[in-house]
Ligand binder design. Structure first.
Ligand SMILES: Cc1cc2nc3c(=O)[nH]c(=O)nc-3n(C[C@H](O)[C@H](O)[C@H](O)COP(=O)(O)OP(=O)(O)OC[C@H]3O[C@@H](n4cnc5c(N)ncnc54)[C@H](O)[C@@H]3O)c2cc1C
Length: 387
């Protein structure tokens, strides 16, 4: 979509400000009913994000440069985008996740090349790791060439993504293991996509299809990092704070919409409605504090080379707490607006579908038990564990 654009690189700090973000979030929310279509991709929305300078915001010398400890601010940005449109938030998170992996594991040459893809061409990235029984294998065929075999499921953005970062089992090279590679989509043969896979409860316009990479050829310089790097902790599980931030955005949107709805019906003096709105306000603010705390602690602990298990445990607590916050907010919002409020064109029905679907992220049980294990085997006082 934005591949051929030649928008000049401008320092994002000159363009981004809270007012601009507020306007963008409102625009996303206003347009969300139109892009709520199965099989569609929010192309207009990503053009707006590109215009606002958000695609490259984490690149060197930009506002949220990954070289600086600013994770809390990044999480707040993800939350805001998620509050406008959850599918857009999911896709944007995938784009930034790929850029983070390039920042962590890319060679200098790869970083230069991929950052130029974003700055000069506004190309979109994603991370596609999930797969079923027919998952991806990366076969070394000699002379620095590799042939892929197998498919990925839940490929958010599908054919609209120009630089998908996919993972697969590396075979036949002098090294083996779970390898990342970035597919330069314009230079490989067409990648068949199964859009029938994507008949979801919600998150329609995230276009999370199944894609078959069989027969796709890549080069050595398309492989990112070493086998196993993708799963390296604390980055792998610690990244859960980013999807939690996007999820919380939808809970905030529910509170905003509930308030508007109750005001429109002149139902704001009722003590039960007041109590529910108070609880919702409390919940989403607690979620926001989790994000700030998780962002600050992650940055500080990474700088101190703290143990990975501790960072992962805190991230797991954050995602678990935010999942509960979102589930409770859904329940309270539904009770406040009633059946009448759940009719289209009011937004509750769509946000409910989107959030219910997007709350289903990998391994929630394992996330909880990892935290439990960490707390049980560490005999410091609870206060000292995290402070
Ligand atoms: C909108 C959306 C977009 C997505 N986009 C992407 C994307 O771009 N890239 C990507 O890689 N992935 C993507 N995903 C996939 C996502 O990251 C998760 O992998 C997926 O949502 C988890 O699916 P599941 O809930 O069916 O998992 P399951 O693993 O089936 O989990 C379901 C439940 O079973 C439990 N469970 C898990 N394993 C076991 C076991 N062995 N025994 C017993 N119980 C178990 C879990 O704890 C959970 O309670 C997306 C998902 C959604 C919803």
């Amino acid at each position: 979509m934005m591949d051929s654009s030649t928008t000049p690189a401008t320092r994002l700090t000159e363009r981004i400000n809270p007012q601009l973000i507020n306007q963008l979030v409102q625009r996303l929310a206003d347009y969300a009913p139109q892009s709520d279509v199965e099989g569609a991709f929010p192309e207009n929305e990503f053009q707006w994000l590109a215009d606002a300078g958000l695609l490259g915001i984490t690149l060197p010398d930009q506002e949220l440069d990954f070289n600086q400890p600013q994770t809390g601010e990044l999480l707040q940005l993800l939350k805001r985008i998620g509050s406008g449109n959850l599918s857009v938030g999911r896709l944007y998170e995938g784009h930034l996740n790929a850029l983070l992996l390039i920042h962590l594991f890319g060679t200098t040459e790869q970083q230069k090349r991929y950052y130029a893809d974003v700055i000069d061409h506004q190309r979109l990235f994603s991370v596609w790791n999930t797969q079923a029984d027919d998952g991806v294998r990366i076969h070394a065929v000699g002379a620095g060439r590799y042939v892929l075999k197998g498919a990925k499921t839940f490929c958010s953005g599908a054919g609209w993504i120009q630089r998908p970062l996919i993972t697969g089992e590396l075979i036949g090279a002098d090294r083996t293991g779970w390898q990342m590679c970035i597919v330069p989509t314009e230079s490989v043969k067409a990648i068949p996509q199964d859009d029938r896979f994507w008949q979801p409860l919600g998150m329609r316009s995230s276009a999370s299809f199944k894609l078959d990479f069989t027969g796709i050829e890549v080069n050595e310089h398309d492989l990112l990092g070493a086998p196993g790097d993708y799963l390296r902790q604390p980055y792998f599980s610690g990244g859960a704070i980013r999807f939690a931030a996007v999820q919380l955005g939808a809970a905030e949107a529910l509170v905003n919409e509930t308030r508007t709805y109750l005001n429109n019906l002149n139902r704001i003096s009722d003590p039960f409605q007041q109590a529910r709105v108070a609880e919702m306000a409390c919940l989403v603010e607690s979620g926001s504090q989790w994000l700030t705390s998780a962002g600050d602690k992650t940055d500080a602990w990474l700088a101190q080379h703290a143990e990975a298990d501790k960072i992962v445990a805190y991230a797991n607590m954050t995602r678990t707490a935010i999942e509960q916050i979102c589930l409770r907010t859904l329940e309270l919002a539904e009770r406040s607006v009633g059946a009448r409020g759940l009719l289209r064109p009011l937004p509750f029905e769509r946000i409910h579908r989107d959030l219910s679907m997007y709350l289903r992220q990998p391994a929630p049980d394992a996330a909880l038990t990892q935290t439990g294990h960490y707390v049980l085997q560490n005999l410091s006082r609870i206060h000292d564990l995290w402070h």
